[in-house]
Write a protein that binds this ligand. Structure first.
Ligand code: NDP
Ligand code: MG
Length: 400
């Protein structure tokens, strides 16, 4: 079990759920990081009294507003009368500076590639990482591996499917493993025709049927790019070939994933969808902590008719694009992610329709195919430079 927690991405969906657990179980919160939501960060500082915080932006106005509000804050507490505020770091790389404040678990819940630098900094510093931020695996597997080795630390996935697979794998021997069944809800467009999906707008994509998450991952779930990124994540975390990971659409999100064994048996993990479960599993492992938010019941309407379908690769081209990037390897997954982040940002700003996301990703992967001279991206500077370059190509392509 871990007691002293740092939350990277504390103002987001996973970050807030992590802090709720810290509150309920009286865990000490060492440091917090976010990008620009300083008002919520300030509330979190009042509530959790962290030793340090990072506001990861270069926006001078935001930084000034935050520092002014923090200076005007009077801290009062029955538990720590001497607390007079955290040490503050600002700037795009501020989260990495939090490694100087000793904790025993960092929760990696920044969204997008922006999480890679701080995730690897904590691992390198010898801190175990409860990782939600799959984009940093997709783009920086070699960097995370090196950091783990240098820090003798480990990654515990809190992505619900991967946390489920981790549980399922405990049921058998490595030699008996056959494959992973990675479940997907299918998102809000599961029953829409392809032409309607292409024209979908932001409000449609943000209506996720089973999970309440941040905007970027919700759009990725609607395009099924999220599942594509999760195949790469599974290959990295469990050291399997992508051919050993099969996606199955399961609209109820009750079975969070499964492992099939050589003898045809399957071990699956099920519960009502709740991100607190994988976060708690990471923090309290190996204990199963009491106090679930939703007790399971087979007779509940959500659980009594579980259904399963193969994914429709024609309706969800992002899934096949992700598969082709995995097959090609090298910098393809990084380019896939860069193009997707740039296109999803444009979609979140309502500058493009939904169908343009997949078109932009396909465009970027094609560009990459014509450039065999590209370097291997196994250091942070190269990863960030390539990411920037491909985001620029995609923005030009989309005219945004
Ligand atoms: P949110 O968008 O809700 O939150 C993102 C968090 O990251 C916010 O705290 C945000 O700060 C911070 N952030 C964004 N950009 C930066 C940056 N450049 N530097 C520092 N901090 C930054 O996302 P989610 O919580 O939904 O997702 C976080 C990660 O977890 C993603 O990688 C997602 O794929 C993964 N994940 C999420 C799940 C979920 O249920 N939500 C499930 C499984 C995985 P600010 O608020 O100031 O912008
Ligand atoms: Mg997931």
């Amino acid at each position: 079990m871990y007691n002293k927690i740092t939350v990277l991405g504390s103002t987001g969906s996973v970050g807030k759920q992590t802090l709720a657990i810290c509150q309920n179980y009286n865990l000490s919160v060492v440091s917090l990081a976010c990008k620009s939501n300083w008002r919520l960060l300030l509330q979190q500082i009042r509530q959790f009294q962290p030793a340090a915080v990072a506001l990861c932006t270069n926006d001078k106005n935001l930084i000034a507003e935050f520092k002014e509000a923090l200076a005007a804050t009077v801290f009062s507490s029955s538990t720590n009368a001497t607390y007079c505020g955290p040490q503050v770091f600002c700037g795009e790389d501020a989260a990495e500076k939090l490694v100087e404040f000793p904790c025993d678990l960092a929760v990696g819940a920044i969204s997008g590639l922006a999480g890679l630098a701080s995730n690897s900094a904590f691992l390198q510093h010898g801190v175990d990482l409860a990782l939600a931020n799959k984009e940093s695996i997709v783009c920086g597997a070699a960097i995370l591996d090196r950091a783990k080795k240098q820090g003798n630390s480990k990654i515990i996935s809190i992505d619900s499917e991967h946390a489920a697979i981790n549980e399922c794998l405990k049921a058998g021997r490595k030699e008996d493993f056959k494959k992973i069944w990675l479940t997907a809800s299918g998102g809000p467009f599961r029953n829409w025709p392809a032409e309607k999906i292409a024209q979908a707008e932001l409000k449609d994509a943000l209506r996720h049927p089973t999970w309440n998450m941040g905007a970027k991952i919700t759009v990725d779930s609607a395009s099924m790019m999220n599942k594509g990124l999760e195949i790469i994540e599974a290959c990295y975390l469990f050291q399997v070939n992508f051919k050993q990971v099969e996606v199955v659409v399961h609209p109820q999100s009750i079975i969070h994933s499964a492992v099939e064994w050589q003898d045809g048996q399957v071990t699956a993990q099920m519960s009502f969808p709740d991100m607190q479960a994988p976060i708690k599993a990471a923090i309290f492992t190996p204990a199963k902590i009491a106090g679930v938010t939703q007790a399971f019941n087979f007779f509940d309407a959500r659980a009594c008719s579980l259904t399963f379908y193969p994914p429709d690769f024609n309706k969800f081209p992002c899934l096949s694009l992700a598969q082709s990037a995995i097959m090609k390897g090298g910098i393809y997954p990084l380019v896939l992610n860069a193009a997707n982040e740039a296109a999803v940002n444009a979609f979140l700003e309502e500058k493009i329709r939904f169908g343009r996301i997949a078109q932009a990703v396909a465009y970027a992967l094609d560009l990459c195919a014509g450039r065999p001279e590209l370097p291997a991206a196994d250091d942070l500077a190269t990863v960030l430079a390539l990411d920037k370059q491909y985001r620029t190509y995609v923005r030009e392509y989309l005219h945004v």
